[in-house]
Design a protein around this ligand. Structure first.
Ligand SMILES: CC(=O)N[C@H]1[C@@H](OP(=O)(O)OP(=O)(O)OC[C@H]2O[C@@H](n3ccc(=O)[nH]c3=O)[C@H](O)[C@@H]2O)O[C@H](CO)[C@H](O)[C@@H]1O
Ligand SMILES: [Mn+2]
Length: 293
């Protein structure tokens, strides 16, 4: 297995001084840094209290974006938001940006102090692929019009997920999707006509969770949206839609931190000895009933 060869976290490309407290040697069973010296975050490597303290001191505030369009609202939103209240950046200021075509149906959740919600109406595209892809445009727009004036960080989530265990004390400018099993390389877009085309990559990143400073997320979402629109003009669609474009972006702009599969796990995968805790789980998928217009 490939190993992190840095002797200490001080050798990482630090985007936040608190990352120097990461223990890269605490998990000899997994890869804890990338070749471009970004940390890969696993249970046992960090003390979340350091991160929370640092962010409180710096006055960090977080925007969380989630889309619940059409049948996804009833199926997932309530459970997702409740799990965020219990586990996501607890004790820090968080503003939920809920994008939906049915604002009146957004559940009334009792939020902890320092936390609030903004509901933003979006059109329901008829194809689920467009609902998923156009998130990039909506996120980029709301960062420009709102988030950048109020929040230091943005994290973007699929709604069909459930937080099980607390956050990682998020990091500075870290678009930080997921470190996947290596066979996921097979998912890269292989159509040379698509802007998302990739021959090879570092990891396969899931698009169900990514985030970082508002500037880094703005750059990412804008670039992905441009790629998606160019593809549309050329009558092509990337294999995994926005996720394929995100993977291309990450190949060209290396993230400063990568999350391990603890942050995007599906219990049906079964036991894996390197997954000591699961933090964010996939909710059951009901594609047949939920994606029909
Ligand atoms: C875990 C993971 O890697 N997720 C990615 C993956 O699949 P998924 O198969 O998990 O996609 P999905 O069905 O969850 O759709 C992505 C998200 O778009 C929203 N949505 C979608 C359809 C709809 O009718 N209403 C609605 O609100 C909702 O927030 C949903 O979670 O591939 C998608 C594109 O192919 C996206 O890149 C997802 O981020
Ligand atoms: Mn999903």
């Amino acid at each position: 297995m490939e190993k992190c060869h840095l002797e200490s976290a001080k050798r990482l490309n630090l985007d936040s001084s608190v990352d120097a407290s990461l223990n890269l040697q605490s998990r000899p069973d997994v890869l804890t840094c990338t070749y471009w010296k970004a940390a890969i975050i696993w249970e046992g490597m960090f003390d979340p209290r350091f991160y929370d303290e640092m962010h409180k001191m710096k006055g960090s505030s977080v925007a969380l974006t989630v889309f619940a369009v059409g049948r996804y609202l009833d199926a997932y939103l309530h459970t997702f938001l409740n799990s965020c209240e219990q586990h996501f950046m607890v004790g820090l200021p968080v503003t939920y940006y809920v994008f939906t075509d049915m604002p009146e149906k957004v559940p009334n959740i009792k939020l902890s102090p320092l936390r609030s919600m903004k509901v933003i109406k979006v059109e329901k595209n008829s194809r689920w692929q467009d609902i998923s892809m156009m998130r990039m445009k909506s996120i980029s727009d709301v960062i420009e019009s709102d988030i950048r004036h109020h929040c230091t960080h943005v994290f973007c989530f699929d709604v069909d997920q459930i937080w099980i265990r607390g956050s990682w004390g998020f990091s500075g400018s870290a678009p930080c999707p997921l470190l996947p099993p290596s066979k996921a390389f097979l998912h890269y877009d292989r159509n040379p006509k698509s802007k998302a085309y990739m021959e090879t990559g570092d990891f396969y990143y899931h698009a169900a969770i990514f985030g970082g400073s508002w500037k880094s997320v703005k750059a990412l979402t804008e670039a992905c949206y441009q790629g998606i629109m160019e593809d549309k003009q050329n009558n092509v669609e990337a294999l995994w839609h926005d996720e394929s474009h995100l993977n291309k972006y990450m190949l060209l702009h290396k993230p400063s931190k990568v999350l391990s599969p603890e942050y995007c796990w599906d219990t049906s995968i079964g036991f894996r000895s390197d997954i000591q805790v699961t933090r964010l789980l996939w909710a059951p998928k009901y594609y047949d009933t939920l994606r029909t217009p």
